[in-house]
Design a binder for this molecule. Structure first.
Ligand SMILES: Nc1nc2c(c(=O)[nH]1)N[C@H]1C(S)=C(S)[C@@H](COP(=O)(O)OP(=O)(O)OC[C@H]3O[C@@H](n4cnc5c(N)ncnc54)[C@H](O)[C@@H]3O)O[C@H]1N2
Ligand code: MOO
Length: 399
């Protein structure tokens, strides 16, 4: 466990959050739930693909050349025999080709026997040997590697897994995240009255967390009271809880009291940054299924987003077995005075190749973030105009 210290500077807090997490073990999950996951072990064809010879067209399986008489369905065909078949149907033994329905005509000969001949629209030479037959193993032989370990399971790969008859896949472990939204003043629909606040996290935080590599298993409104908070922190259902609001130490804030009551360990107790200073990271007591963490985000919307990038993003990267996300560099378009001990995280746009801060970026605002292309990291000692600053991409602008 990292050493516990209070009020970490921004870089240190980010690093601590990353180091707190060990990469999760691989897991087996149902194929249909594996979209977007990283395959941990290769998938081989369990049998030939396809596993039997079949028709690629509706029509007749035929042997020899026209005219054909009909053999009993499914039985071996001898030269001069045919039997009806549908696309995907099992080819009877002895079939040399499939004549598609447009190219054949069933008639009755002089003795009243059903006969298949070529229609007037049949192409010259039709049916060629092997025509319209899907051969066994033409896509893959049994044992061939179909999907490489390390590949991201996109829709085509999932479909191929299904075609191969696979029911479960072994994928890299991904952190399960539950969201706890505090605040008795929060309403989820309609226009808030004075004293009420419209919830800005419910509609998007889960999505943002998914972009950062978490699997959100649930989202819960948490009333401002101690027993409910203790109960919510004591459920054994994943690796990470992310809370919003209630990071303060007022009578209405219960997170810190609940953490103390359950014996949690504060790994990052506030970050010397603006906004988002009260953001914290705690290690929760283990309940049987491995390490559990709580990232506490402040209630102010922009502050919460900065807390998410500072603590939750690196923690999720660590749990996913990924590297700490890289920080970019950009020349700064304005000068910033020093701000004792505080790193400023400012939404910016790139203008003429320079990082230029946007307006409306107070902790409780959101219009600045809407205009932003990234977050610039202004160190406590300030920045001269034209000097390089560190920049973080927004989760939704990451390639
Ligand atoms: N005496 C002090 N007061 C405050 C301090 C301080 O150091 N001393 N720090 C300020 C800072 S900085 C922040 S940030 C906030 C942190 O507040 P909390 O995390 O305790 O959050 P709340 O008090 O619950 O809410 C703050 C603010 O955010 C609004 N909020 C909460 N949830 C939502 C939501 N789901 N959607 C939209 N808005 C939400 C809430 O209504 C409040 O307006 O504390 C400062 N105070
Ligand atoms: O840091 Mo608070 O996070 O200013 O709103």
């Amino acid at each position: 466990m990292p050493e516990i210290r209070l009020k970490h500077d921004w870089l240190e807090a980010r690093q601590l959050a990353f180091e707190a997490a060990a990469s999760l073990p691989d897991e087996q999950i149902p194929l249909a739930a594996a979209g977007g996951r990283t395959l941990a072990s290769e998938v081989r064809a369990l049998q030939d693909l396809p596993h039997f010879d079949s028709a690629a067209m509706d029509g007749w399986a035929v042997s020899g050349s026209a005219p054909w008489i009909f053999a009993p369905p499914g039985e071996r065909l001898y030269p001069g025999q045919a039997s009806p078949i549908l696309t995907g149907g099992v080819l009877p033994p002895g079939a040399k080709a499939v004549l598609r329905s447009e190219s054949g005509e069933e008639t009755v000969d002089g003795e009243g026997l059903a006969v298949l001949g070529l229609s007037t629209t049949a192409a010259p030479g039709e049916p060629k040997a092997g025509q319209h037959i899907r051969r066994r193993a033409q896509e893959a032989g049994a044992g061939e590697v179909l999907l490489e370990a390390g590949s991201i399971l996109n829709p085509a790969r999932l479909a191929l897994g299904a075609l191969a008859g696979v029911d479960e896949l072994t994928v890299g472990g991904k952190p399960k995240v539950r969201l706890l939204l505090t605040g008795n003043e929060i309403i989820e629909t309609g226009l808030p009255e004075p004293g009420q606040v419209r919830d800005v996290f419910g509609p998007q935080l889960a999505w943002t967390v998914e972009m950062l590599g978490g699997v959100v298993t649930g989202q819960q409104r948490l009333s401002d009271e101690l027993p409910a908070t203790v109960a919510a922190l004591s459920e054994d259902d994943g690796q990470l809880l992310i809370s919003t609001g209630g990071t303060g130490h007022s009578n209405a804030d219960y997170l810190h009291r609940a953490l103390a009551e359950i014996g949690a360990e504060l790994l990052v107790d506030g970050v010397s940054m603006r906004p988002g200073a009260p953001s914290f990271l705690a290690a929760l007591p283990e309940l049987g299924s491995g390490p559990r963490f709580l990232v506490g985000l402040p209630g102010n919307p922009l502050a919460a987003f900065i807390g998410l990038l500072t603590l939750a993003q690196p923690l999720l990267a660590g749990l996913n077995g990924e590297a700490l996300p890289e920080i970019g560099q950009l020349a700064c378009g304005v000068a910033f005075e020093p701000l004792a001990g505080r790193t400023r995280l400012m939404p910016y746009r790139e203008l003429y190749g320079l990082a230029s801060p946007v307006s409306k970026v107070e902790a409780a605002m959101l219009r600045g973030l809407v205009q932003a292309e990234g977050i610039m990291v202004v160190p406590p000692h300030g920045v001269r105009m034209g000097e390089s600053v560190q920049v973080l991409p927004l989760p939704w602008s990451t390639p």
